[in-house]
Design a protein. Structure first.
Length: 314
């Protein structure tokens, strides 16, 4: 077991992530903690908005709202969607997930890295700008960044897409395709039991170096569910990293969780200090890391190995 690094405001970028970018193996996995920095609701916040919308419509009263308040978000959303369906009311949640722009936010920094991304967020502000010549000031001005490939239909979840920098896989669907949005408990469980989803996650964690951003203590259940469905096990290789914030007073908790995630899932926690800027410190960290990460396409050898694997070759 490796020792947890001390909590810092700007943690050191692991060498494995730098090398993964150069090898075309880096994937950034983005959670709700990132979208919340722009004012998007958490899953719990979205569930509460849905219930309040039903109350305003007269489909719930204040007493019922109070009784539902302490259920977990998946149950709240499931009940809200059920009430809406029974009353033939179109409960459109996409309105709460629009109206923001990339600006100079953390999304700009992640997009500037340019590697393939996977996200459980519904919004579409992830749009990686891959430009092979970005380290060359002359060439980079004449070559347009690669167009974003956005995948939200689980029937198209194939790990080979992650070999293309600029790809975004929306694991829980996206607002532009409402039918793909995984909202209720039933759909959530069915989604992660689908063979395409499980195979995609297994391939992702076996073949790529993954950096989780935006999965704090509040999103731990989702993170662990994803790792379990990906059949992730502990490994001596440092292939999975999670950037998480803690108060200085939580250092014992951080060190215990560091051991737990490493032993259970082979995930190495990178802790940062929340005391001064809370979770907005995450923006400063990613901004600091961007110039240190240069993303390339997978090598020819990697492409040939992938083709042999698909074709069943040696």
């Amino acid at each position: 077991m490796s020792k947890a690094a001390d909590l810092r405001e700007i943690p050191e970028l692991p060498d494995e992530i730098v090398q993964a970018g150069l090898n075309g193996e880096l994937v950034i996995f983005v959670g709700a903690g990132v979208s919340m920095l722009l004012g998007f609701p958490s899953w719990g916040g979205l569930a509460w908005e849905a219930l309040c919308a039903l109350r305003e419509r007269g489909l719930l009263n204040f007493s019922e709202l109070e009784q539902l308040k302490n259920l977990d978000p998946k149950k709240q959303l499931s009940i809200a969607m059920q009430i809406a369906e029974e009353n033939k009311y179109d409960l459109d949640l996409t309105g709460y997930l629009k109206g923001k722009v990339e600006g100079n936010s953390i999304y700009k920094s992640i997009n500037d890295i340019g590697c393939a991304c996977v996200t459980t967020n519904y919004d579409e502000l992830l749009a990686p700008r891959f430009n092979e010549a970005k380290d060359d000031p002359v060439k980079s001005t004449s070559i347009k960044p690669k167009e974003v490939i956005r995948i939200s239909d689980k029937s198209k979840f194939f790990a080979k897409h992650l070999d293309e920098p600029g790809t975004v896989v929306h694991l829980h669907g996206t607002i532009s395709s409402r039918e793909t949005m995984v909202v209720t408990t039933k759909r959530y469980l069915e989604h992660y039991d689908h063979e395409n989803v499980k195979h995609f996650l297994r391939e992702l964690f076996a073949k790529k170096i993954v950096l989780f951003i935006g999965y704090g203590l509040e999103e731990a259940e989702i993170l662990e569910h994803i790792l379990r469905r990906g059949a992730v096990e502990s490994t001596q290789d440092r292939r999975r990293f999670a950037l998480q914030g803690y108060f200085r007073s939580q250092e014992p908790l951080y060190k215990n969780l560091h051991q737990y995630y490493e032993k259970s899932f082979g995930v190495h926690l990178i802790g940062f200090v929340r005391d001064h800027k809370d979770y907005t410190q995450l923006e400063a960290i990613i901004r600091d890391w961007v110039p240190q990460i240069q993303v390339k396409k997978p090598t020819l050898d990697a492409d040939i190995a992938r083709m042999n694997e698909v074709l069943g070759g040696d």
